[in-house]
Design a protein around this ligand. Structure first.
Ligand code: NAG
Ligand code: NAG
Ligand code: NAG
Ligand code: NAG
Ligand code: NAG
Ligand code: NAG
Ligand code: NAG
Ligand code: NAG
Ligand code: NAG
Ligand code: NAG
Length: 425
């Protein structure tokens, strides 16, 4: 009896008080002074410096490079059908022209696929003034079908002189390394490793792997094939601008299985992210290229610094050993310092500063910029104190929207933000 009386009294109080608690006209009441977080529906925290617009694209770019003369290059891959140009150089804010030539953009019938572009994913500058392209070799006509295989010769990296646009050398990915749908997605070059440098490539296929090419003799290794550190989370569902993202084929729902995707070189390590996950890892470059090591030894050498709170399609690094992570779920670019000398706070009892690499369990990922204009930053490059990046609204594209509706709205803007640092390689 006592209990019933108490409940009735509480309900009566709640009814009487409701008019004070709810504003049925606006849905919210303004906060007084001192409330500055979550006061208004449009209040998202904007973090970091302002962005400078660099270029507007009519199609969605995935790859970006900036050469030493501050020319901007973009790639328009053919993962969802043909694009007129696969790689362009920007001639001004709105205009572009095919690069290095118009003729190389399309393979003609019967042409050797190692001499033309099938499906270039990214373009990057190395530390000796060469621009590199990475071509998945998967033809546009089949690129969005399950089980698509790369064409031998088409899957390759090519180096070009940034001044003359002349082709310097082509490295074809060996046929044996293309098994199980290898899908070369991104590349970084270390020009001082070994005798003539090495290229490191992410293979974003379902089984996934990392591929390294010796730039002296063209020999290649495929490592970490189909291991947990390159494979997607089973059933991964990311979010974008507040919506959950599935894989759609018409009205049939499934999950993306995209593996190792973004890549950067810093502090003698390879850093990569697994796209359909919030995971990233690193391993020493010397372990990846050492053919004396067994697959189990290479896997054991992988370092796990903890998750990064976002799906991510792009990484880059600067000359202070800082690695940048393009955090598409968060409209942000994150960073993490990998050299103890750059760390400015105590972590797990290790004081700021010092020397040598940061231990994996002391990595603290932070936010460089967060801004609603960052609509799936995909590739980034560092030059003369600026971090450049392209955006492409990937999650709003047909494969990620119900019934394959294309909800992307161009133009797709590329930006730069000041970091005051130079490139890692
Ligand atoms: C797959 O690509 C073809 C062009 O090659 C396009 O017509 C089709 O709409 C794409 N399908 C999906 C689900 O995006
Ligand atoms: C490449 O081929 C496509 C489709 O045939 C065509 O629309 C485009 O103009 C070609 N690009 C160049 C640079 O010739
Ligand atoms: C999408 O569904 C169609 C019809 O069932 C099928 O032919 C096609 O292979 C599917 N596409 C993919 C990428 O699974
Ligand atoms: C690019 O070409 C210029 C002009 O011919 C030359 O001076 C330079 O050494 C070349 N650079 C590379 C990396 O081949
Ligand atoms: C991954 O490898 C398995 C064999 O274990 C194969 O059945 C599957 O087709 C491969 N995945 C792709 C996307 O090629
Ligand atoms: C890849 O790993 C999956 C899951 O562990 C396994 O089912 C599959 O057989 C493996 N494929 C290959 C080619 O090793
Ligand atoms: C490139 O390789 C050299 C030689 O092993 C190494 O000292 C350097 O740190 C590597 N560069 C990067 C950016 O990791
Ligand atoms: C490659 O690995 C083997 C086995 O651990 C080691 O003895 C050798 O020193 C390594 N080579 C290089 C160049 O690091
Ligand atoms: C560490 O550096 C960051 C980025 O420059 C800065 O925001 C932060 O205030 C610094 N923290 C300390 C303790 O100096
Ligand atoms: C899906 O889109 C097609 C047109 O591409 C349309 O005919 C069909 O009605 C749509 N289905 C649903 C369930 O919305």
């Amino acid at each position: 009896m006592v209990l019933r009386v108490t409940l009735v009294a509480l309900l009566a109080t709640a009814n009487l008080a409701s008019a004070q608690f709810f504003d049925t006209i606006n849905g919210f009441r303004p906060f007084g002074p001192g409330y500055n977080r979550g006061a208004y529906p449009q209040d998202f925290g904007v973090v970091g410096s302002s962005l400078e617009a660099v270029h507007d694209s009519q199609q969605a770019p995935t790859g970006l490079a900036v050469d030493n003369a501050v020319n901007v290059y973009l790639t328009y891959p053919r993962n969802n059908g043909q694009t007129p140009n696969n790689v362009v150089i920007c001639t001004d804010f709105n205009n572009e022209k095919p690069w290095p030539s118009a003729a190389i953009q399309n393979c003609t019938s019967g042409q050797d696929p190692s001499t033309c572009f099938l499906n270039v994913q990214n373009v990057v500058l190395d530390s000796i003034g060469q621009l590199w392209i990475v071509d998945s070799g998967i033809p546009a006509s089949i690129a969005n079908q399950s089980g698509a295989q790369a064409v031998y010769g088409g899957a390759k990296i090519m180096s070009f002189n940034q001044t003359t646009s002349q082709l310097i050398r082509t490295y074809v990915i060996p046929q044996t390394l293309l098994a199980y749908g290898a899908n070369a997605n991104d590349v970084r070059i270390n020009n001082t490793l070994g005798t003539k440098g090495y290229a490191f490539i992410t293979d974003e296929s379902t089984n996934s792997s990392l591929i390294a090419i010796n730039l002296d003799d063209g020999s290649a290794v495929r490592r970490l094939f189909n291991t947990s550190v390159v494979r997607a989370d089973p059933g991964y569902v990311g979010s974008y601008d507040g919506d959950l993202i599935y894989s759609w084929n018409g009205t049939k729902k499934s999950y993306f299985t995209t593996g190792a995707d973004g890549i950067a070189l810093a502090s003698g390590n390879v850093y990569w992210g697994v796209l359909a996950s919030q995971r990233f890892y690193y391993i020493s470059q010397s372990a990846i290229i050492n053919t004396s090591l067994s697959d189990a030894q290479v896997l054991a050498a992988v370092q796990n610094p903890g998750q990064c709170g976002s799906e991510q399609a792009g990484f880059t690094a600067d000359d202070h050993g800082r690695v940048y992570i393009l955090a598409s779920e968060q409209n942000a670019i994150y960073y993490v310092d990998t050299q103890q000398s750059e760390v400015n706070q105590t972590v797990n009892g290790v004081p700021p500063g010092g020397s040598g690499p940061v231990a994996a369990n002391n990595y603290v990922v932070k936010t460089l910029v967060r801004n609603a204009m960052i609509q799936h930053a995909d590739s980034a490059a560092v030059l003369d104190g600026w971090l450049y990046f392209c955006t492409n609204q990937l999650e709003l594209g047909p494969q990620r929207q119900y019934n394959n509706t294309d909800n992307r709205r161009g133009p797709f803007r590329s930006f730069r933000v000041w970091i005051g640092r130079g490139p890692a390689v």
